[in-house]
Structures are given as structure tokens and as C-alpha cells.
Design a binder for this molecule. Structure first.
Ligand code: BTN
Length: 255
């Protein structure tokens, strides 16, 4: 905690040797009134969660599992912006170790040299007043070796150690993550989403790419035209018609 420079992120820090999921812990803390910027970090998770109800492999002594509690003054409909913001913060962090080879993959994976190094899972609690709190969960593969990954995604995943050839101190990475997150979030609160969206698109390098998307059981092909303010991907078909693709509903293929 002493190493954290920011004013917002890390006002309270909960460090656990073992926990079910840092996102669940952040949610409970949010429910009991914990303030914005509360951080949960764990050495291992027994029930680490990924998107679409997938498990997130969380062995001890290896990686970073953390959640940041936020209470942003925004409408629930634009909350996906925060997932994209987290992606930019992680990409800034990882670019220090692997300059030029970090890429964001919509909606929220971070890749190095085409393999997944980080996953982001934002979960939100709303009420009649709007957003009560959001837990932004971030899992970064730091020192895990390729052979330790589950066989199903061994070829799709990587870690900072695999990419840099170095074992890196997880706490340094965590501190740097919170620092980058604080910078992005402060900018977001002051100026809105626009410049973060531009930075996200630069890291994603997808403008103009042809994608095939399975969206509400319909297959659509189109060129990526950008992102809208709710974080949806905009696809333009041959006739120039724009379709919004919402994360979670869509499966994406190149082509
Ligand atoms: C994904 O790519 O499917 C998202 C993975 C998110 C994993 C992180 S690890 C810290 C936080 N706690 C969880 O249970 N999940 C997120």
C-alpha cells in the first residue's frame, strides 16, 4: 500500500492468501459500504471466474488476481466503457515489458504476440438509483509456465515470463497496474470516454478489419467501423449499414 501513489485506487487494500474469487470479495465489500478504489488481491483463487461462466485458472505463487471496486457517476448502459478502460490500463502496463507486441481484443482480452495474457471481468450491482458499484476483475498471467496451462488453451495463452524470459515480481506489477488504472480513471472522470476509446482502438488495431460475427443467431459480415459509447463494436456491411455488436452476445471470426 505504501508504494501506491494515486489518490483514488488503493485507498483500502485487502490481501488474501486464498479466496474464492477477488470479484466476489469486492462485491461483498461493496455491499457492506466499502469505498471507491478499494482493492482486493489474492495469491490464489479457488473459484476464479472468467467470462461466459468459464473458470479462470488461478494457481498460487504465479499470477496476479485482483479486483478494483468503483462507484462511477455514470449510467449503467455505458458501464462497458470501464472494461475497455481497464484494457487500456493493462495494455499500458504490459507495453513496458513487451513494447509493441501488446494488443487488445474486443471485448476485453489482452494479448501478447497473439496469445492471451490477461482477462478482464467487470461485474456491476445496480438499483433504482443506477450503479451502486462495479467490481473490475483483472487476471494477468505473470510467471506461469506454458506447460502449467490447462491443455485446452495451452496454445492460446501466454505469460509475461514466457514472453520476456524473466521471472517478474508480482507486487511490482500490481502496483504499476493500479498506477496506470488510476491515470486512466482520472482522465475518464475528468474528460469522458473519448480519448480512452481512441487509445483502445490503437491497441486493438481492428479498424477496417473484416469480421464475421454471430449475433442473435444471425451471421453478419462487415468491416469494423469503430466502437460506440456503450462499448459496442460497430460493423459496416457492403451496403453501408451499421450493426452494433454487444459483448457477450457475439462470437467473432476473421474473414
Ligand atoms: C476472461 O477473460 O474470461 C475474464 C477473466 C477474469 C479473471 C479475473 S482474476 C481476478 C478476478 N476474479 C475473478 O474471479 N475473475 C477475475
Amino acid at each position: 500500500k505504501e508504494k501506491l501513489k494515486g489518490k483514488r485506487i488503493g485507498r483500502a487494500v485487502y490481501l488474501y492468501p486464498e479466496i474464492d474469487s477477488t470479484n466476489s470479495a469486492a462485491f461483498h465489500l461493496g455491499h457492506s459500504g466499502a469505498g471507491e478504489g478499494t482493492i482486493v488481491i489474492a495469491d490464489t483463487q479457488l473459484k476464479g471466474r472468467g467470462r461466459l461462466h468459464r473458470p479462470w485458472q488461478s494457481p498460487p505463487g504465479r499470477n496476479l488476481y485482483t479486483s478494483i471496486l468503483l462507484k462511477p457517476p455514470i449510467e449503467p448502459s455505458v458501464a462497458p466503457q470501464l472494461t475497455l478502460l481497464a484494457g487500456v490500463a493493462v495494455a499500458d502496463l504490459l507495453s513496458f515489458y513487451c513494447p509493441g507486441s501488446v494488443r487488445l481484443k474486443w471485448p476485453n482480452d489482452v494479448q501478447i504476440n497473439g496469445k492471451k495474457v490477461c482477462g478482464i471481468l467487470a461485474e456491476m450491482k445496480t438499483s433504482a438509483h443506477g450503479i451502486d458499484y462495479i467490481a473490475i476483475g483483472i487476471g494477468i498471467n505473470v510467471n506461469i509456465r506454458n506447460e502449467e496451462f490447462d491443455e485446452t488453451f495451452r496454445n492460446l495463452a501466454t505469460s509475461l515470463r514466457e514472453e520476456t524470459g524473466q521471472v517478474l515480481p508480482r507486487m511490482d506489477i500490481a502496483v504499476s497496474l493500479y498506477d496506470h488504472f488510476e491515470k486512466c480513471y482520472t482522465l475518464y472522470l475528468a474528460e469522458g470516454f473519448q480519448s480512452l476509446k481512441e487509445r483502445w482502438l490503437i491497441y486493438a488495431r481492428i479498424l477496417g478489419e473484416q469480421l464475421q460475427v454471430i449475433f442473435r443467431e444471425e451471421v453478419q459480415s462487415g468491416e469494423v467501423a469503430g466502437l460506440d459509447d456503450s462499448g459496442a463494436l460497430l460493423l459496416c456491411d457492403r451496403e453501408g449499414k451499421i450493426t452494433r455488436v454487444i459483448a457477450g452476445d457475439a462470437t467473432i471470426k476473421k474473414g
